[in-house]
Design a protein around this ligand. Structure first.
Ligand SMILES: [Zn+2]
Length: 52
């Protein structure tokens, strides 16, 4: 490990996302809602939003 660590001075963007009232069919936790999909933070299950 000879590589030097580069420091990232960029401020981290705090991304707030609403939690949908949608639950993971695999583990039952509430899924996070994104612009085009829902994702489970536990098992990474992803469900794409269907166009209306
Ligand atoms: Zn899950």
């Amino acid at each position: 490990m000879a590589e030097a660590k580069k420091e990232d001075k960029k401020p981290k963007k705090v991304e707030k996302f609403k939690e949908a009232e949608k639950f993971c069919p695999k583990c039952g936790v509430r899924m996070g809602v994104h612009a085009d999909r829902y994702t489970c933070g536990r098992c990474r299950y992803t469900e794409w939003k269907k166009p209306a």
